[in-house]
Design a protein around this ligand. Sequence first.
Ligand code: HEC
Ligand code: HEC
Ligand code: HEC
Ligand code: HEC
Ligand code: HEC
Length: 232
Amino acid sequence: MANIFPRWSNLLPLKIVVCAGTVAGGIALAFSYYATPKTLAVGYQPSQPIPFSHKIHVDQLGLDCRYCHSFVEVSGHSNVPTGNTCWNCHQHVQQDSPKLEPLHISMNPNHPSYDGEPIEWVRIHKLPDYVYFNHSAHVSRGISCQSCHGDVDQMEVVYQAENLSMGWCLECHRSPEDNLRPLEEVFNFAYDAEDWLTENPMEGVDTTEELGLKLKEQFKVTPKESCATCHH
Ligand code: HEC
Ligand code: HEC
Ligand code: HEC
Ligand code: HEC
Ligand code: HEC
């Protein structure tokens, strides 16, 4: 078994449970589902070096998530932008705002305290190291940021909206239809399934539930539940 779990050498109990799980998946699943804590820091909202507001930049200015989180569609990890992305605008806009002082220290050689060091954003969403997660596998299959991160477009300060527990992951893997969207709507935080259906009538689809099931069938969306999907 050792080779299958190279990064896990320090996680022996977990390793044993998962080995057992491969044999007796159902039992292990039932066990770990209920053993899993139901809350992993829901509401966690650390203060950041710059009081960056998603509400201003997304809702008011209309920026797309991908303008800043540019890797989210192509990579497992969704990057947080570097100071360059902010500087594109803020070398011209709100130059004298005291809130942007740390950006000037990082980016503006004319600032007396300029040090060129990157801005150290505090990480909010964080799974344990033994869990494998992948952003592009979700957003390229019709799952919106909104399903997992809540109404970020309205947040003055980002907080963790969901508990990110194993039970939470599995609930959607069992019935993704409740969260599936047409691909072009994944980044649209104003999406409304009912309105979409009115504008894009589909044969044999009358309710939003039927729309979810139809999308699931059409794109053959079949999230896996085996332990190795998320623990490898
Ligand atoms: C103008 C740039 C910008 C845009 C546009 C933007 N973000 Fe962000 N986002 C940031 C920055 C900077 C941070 C880190 C600071 C913070 O948490 O507020 C961040 C943090 C986050 C986090 C928390 C990351 C963590 O540490 O766990 C999530 C989730 C997130 N953004 C989602 C979104 C979504 C969804 C959209 C589109 C609706 C979006 N962002 C649009 C710049 C942006
Ligand atoms: C596309 C241009 C653009 C980008 C990119 C951008 N901003 Fe802004 N930002 C603005 C504009 C415009 C405002 C002013 C909005 C208003 O006053 O309603 C603003 C306002 C702000 C404010 C409030 C300033 C104050 O004193 O009220 C902060 C803080 C801020 N931005 C931080 C950031 C950070 C950090 C980034 C990079 C992660 C960033 N912005 C990226 C355009 C941008
Ligand atoms: C299926 C649920 C899900 C979806 C959909 C999703 N995220 Fe995440 N996001 C997570 C989880 C879980 C983490 C923590 C990942 C980790 O610790 O490895 C995370 C972390 C992040 C982070 C912190 C950096 C990172 O990669 O760990 C950012 C930024 C972020 N998400 C932005 C977004 C944006 C923008 C979208 C939509 C384009 C999005 N997410 C869609 C669940 C999701
Ligand atoms: C809102 C629904 C939803 C949530 C929540 C969710 N997933 Fe998924 N997940 C999906 C869908 C849909 C797919 C794509 C299935 C497909 O391509 O057929 C997927 C695919 C994946 C894949 C890719 C598997 C592969 O075939 O390569 C991994 C890994 C994964 N999810 C891990 C997680 C983890 C870990 C969590 C919890 C932190 C999570 N997911 C939460 C819906 C979800
Ligand atoms: C869709 C993704 C996913 C699948 C599939 C999955 N897990 Fe997990 N698992 C997670 C996440 C996320 C965590 C960390 C969060 C938590 O502790 O709830 C976790 C945590 C665990 C833990 C630690 C629990 C604790 O309380 O510390 C064990 C043990 C575990 N998983 C075993 C399994 C076994 C056995 C299977 C197969 C029957 C399995 N997992 C399938 C996502 C998954």
